[in-house]
Design a protein around this ligand. Structure first.
Ligand code: CDP
Length: 214
């Protein structure tokens, strides 16, 4: 059997990763993996358990003790916490403020890397995040880096109704030591400031096809 195809989409907050990754995975019939949701789930779990998200050792211990299962439901991968798949809860302002702190912990990143690489068990993937093309699947030829103007991204997040200073989180993600947000080597940079998601996802699918046929 041939190796699963992995399309990686990295980029800063509200750059359109999720919208496009979902459209592309639906169009191609690939499995969608939102790695940001995995980090958010861990941050939410820490908050629920009263673990200080600034305490790297405590966060690492929580992660070590967490018997987390990956489940693929309707072509989407979820990280299970105590028998449930939190969704709305992980998008709150409180979780958003906590997530980039747990994401700096080296033990957490190694733990996530192993989980995320194991997603190929579910088939071809569209995986979005901050370090997917640079650190999780550096070997894939299908790497994209999404970007949009800072004011466009902040306006998108405000429209979601979540109060958050994106610049502060982006700064933490780009300057951390472990697997910071970078443009992965070999990635195509896709600036989608003036485009509809349909235009952007069609453009990315065409680039993947071109690459596959080359
Ligand atoms: O929705 P948004 O683009 O704002 O963020 P997200 O994709 O849900 O990711 C939330 C946070 O998780 C990021 O700000 C990073 O701190 C962390 N993250 C990461 O470090 N590495 C990834 N591969 C994905 C997310």
């Amino acid at each position: 059997m041939s190796e699963p195809i992995v399309i990686t989409i990295d980029g800063p907050s509200a750059s359109g990763k999720s919208t496009n990754a979902k459209l592309i995975s639906a169009q191609l019939g690939y499995v969608y993996v939102d790695t940001g949701a995995m980090y958010r789930t861990l941050a939410w779990h820490a908050l629920q358990k009263g673990v200080d998200v600034m305490d790297a050792e405590a966060v690492a211990m929580l992660c070590r003790d967490w018997n987390a299962e990956l489940v693929c439901l309707e072509n989407r991968v979820w990280l299970e916490v105590d028998g449930c798949f939190p969704e709305q809860e992980i998008r709150t302002a409180e979780t958003s403020a906590a997530v980039s702190h747990v994401a700096t912990v080296p033990f957490v990143r190694d733990w996530m890397r192993e989980k995320q690489r194991s997603c190929v068990q579910f088939g071809n993937l569209v995986m979005e995040g901050r370090d997917i093309g640079s650190n999780i699947f550096p070997e894939t030829p299908y790497k994209f880096f999404m970007d949009a103007a800072a004011e466009v991204r902040q306006a998108r997040r405000d429209a979601d109704g979540v109060q958050e200073n994106l610049a502060a989180r982006d700064e933490r993600d780009s300057t951390r030591k472990a697997a910071p947000l970078v443009i992965p080597e070999g990635a195509m940079v896709i600036n989608n400031s003036g485009e509809t998601p349909e235009d952007t996802s069609t453009r990315i699918i065409a680039l993947v096809e071109e690459q596959r046929n080359s």
